[in-house]
Ligand binder design. Structure first.
Ligand SMILES: Nc1ncnc2c1ncn2[C@@H]1O[C@H](COP(=O)(O)OP(=O)(O)OP(=O)(O)O)[C@@H](O)[C@H]1O
Ligand SMILES: [Mg+2]
Length: 462
């Protein structure tokens, strides 16, 4: 990391202060010095240094007391403790107080330098995590929804608008884009939050059971119906019913569903009673709903009834800005689950992840970070902790700016995509120039970019 950091050196001996500050300035950082713990605290309050290197034994307050004072005032600088009088006890105490490293004087300059560099890396990662955590808290309203891209901001705005109403909402988006999380969020932000959120997947339940699952049945309605049972609608009374994969609901049930939505009453399978239900219905689909409508698989009147409001969730590859924040979010929770303290993701690993196109969207990213948290045995996630799907077989050749290294056996489509995207980049994004360089028409280039999801919504096919 080549950012300039602020370093505070605390020692009662001037030669040591001088030596250390020369070293830290030599590494390109801003250095400040203090001859005592008291003065160091004052300085830290105004400077909030990234790193504090402090002596342990000083006249007045000690280095350990300084650490306490800093904590009391909410200053979370990374700390290295130095001492001439090494003792196991003070080492243990320093570590308990969260000190990054503990060194016994005299210290080899080279070793000191390495420790400073590492401590500052650590400080930078710690700050990044804190920043992300604050960001998450800010978005606490949207609970499990993470992301700050334009697409997500727009989604938060729409959720805010639609949640308090009673309107049906159709949530569309590719697999793994968060349709179910969005549905739960709408429920939790609605006046129905005190009621149940009931989810049913229309594609996962065999057709003959689905009807009874949704509407319930009376005793003797069919073989095996030994007792009466209420269905999802009754369960969700005064709450929300989430019909997942609505595009897969059999036609007969669609008609029945539409009736319930219109009258607010259900009739169980094999029953004659009309049971009043107060349910808000949210539906989701990851298939192209237009296709289902055209082929008649989805009833148009039901579609209009459900589609009072549509939320179209953008695929992850269209909001690459969210990849780092989502990755950190998952890494942190899986790290905790595995009892590990993985602080960050290396720049290389992050670059691979932002370049990848995530066909499985957020779910895939979540799985990748879960795997990384298990494999990772150091501070940060490195490229080899990522699955091969994320590490492309075509990538820029090391040390060059305009050559690609292709692994033998790479699918041609992947090679083509890499060559096209790299050429476009080499042409500074100029599509006409890139097409000419590649010997294809601009129209072909646009079509390919569209397929890769690399075309802005505002860019039209010329
Ligand atoms: N914006 C997000 N922030 C945090 N986690 C998310 C986000 N979007 C999705 N996830 C997580 O990704 C996983 C998949 O989300 P979800 O099940 O809601 O997707 P889906 O769109 O319903 O997928 P499918 O179409 O396959 O059912 C879940 O673990 C969910 O918590
Ligand atoms: Mg789902």
């Amino acid at each position: 990391m080549d950012r300039v950091h602020r370093v505070l050196v605390v020692d009662d001996e001037e030669p040591i202060r001088k030596g250390l500050s020369r070293m830290a300035s030599g590494l390109g950082h801003d250095v400040d010095v203090a001859p005592s713990a008291e003065e160091a605290l004052q300085r830290a309050l105004t400077l909030t240094p990234d790193l504090i290197i402090t002596d342990l034994h000083m006249p007045g307050r000690s280095g350990l007391e300084l650490i306490e004072d800093l904590k009391d005032r909410g200053i979370e600088s990374t700390v290295i403790v130095l001492t001439a009088h090494g003792s196991i006890d003070s080492a243990i105490e320093a570590t308990r107080k969260g000190v990054y490293d503990y060194l016994v004087k005299p210290i080899e300059p080279e070793r000191m330098q390495t420790v400073i560099v590492k401590a500052l890396d650590h400080a930078a990662m710690k700050q990044e995590v804190q920043h992300l955590r604050r960001e998450l808290q800010r978005q606490g309203r949207f609970q499990q929804l993470v992301g700050e891209s334009g697409g997500m901001q727009e989604l938060y705005r729409l959720i805010d608008q639609v949640a308090p109403s009673n309107a049906s909402v159709l949530i569309t988006g590719e697999s793994g884009t968060g349709k179910e999380v969005v549905a739960r969020t709408i429920h939790n932000l609605s006046p129905r939050r005190g009621g149940r959120f009931v989810a049913i997947n229309c594609a996962a339940i065999p057709e003959n059971l689905l009807e009874s699952e949704i509407f319930g049945h009376e005793k003797g309605a069919f073989t095996g119906a030994t007792a009466s049972r209420s269905g999802c609608f009754e369960h969700a009374h005064e709450g929300t019913l989430f019909l997942d994969e609505i595009g897969d609901m059999p036609a007969g049930l669609q008609t029945k569903l539409l009736r319930v939505l219109e009258d607010g009453r259900v009739r169980r399978v094999g029953g004659s009673r009309e049971i009043p239900v107060d349910v808000r219905v949210l539906a989701a689909t990851n298939v192209d709903i237009e296709d289902r409508l055209e082929s008649g698989q989805l009833r148009e009147d039901l579609y209009f009834r459900l589609n009072v409001f549509t939320l179209a969730l953008p695929p992850l590859r269209d909001r690459t800005q969210d990849i780092p924040i989502l990755a950190q979010h998952f890494l942190q929770s899986f790290g905790e689950e595995n009892g590990k303290r993985i602080i960050g993701i290396s720049a290389e690993a992050m670059a691979l992840m932002t370049r990848y196109d995530w066909p499985g969207n957020v779910r895939e990213l979540r799985n990748v970070m879960q795997r990384a948290a298990i494999l990772c045995d150091q501070d940060e996630v490195l490229p080899h902790h990522l699955p091969t799907s994320v590490r492309p077989t075509v990538r820029r050749e090391l040390g060059t700016r305009d050559s690609l290294a292709v692994k033998v056996g790479t699918p041609l489509e992947e090679v083509e995509k890499a060559v096209i995207l790299e050429t476009l980049e080499a042409c500074s994004g100029n599509k006409t120039k890139a097409a000419a360089t590649l010997g294809i028409t601009t129209k072909t280039l646009y079509a390919k970019l569209k397929r890769y999801g690399k075309l802005q919504a505002t860019e039209v096919l010329r």
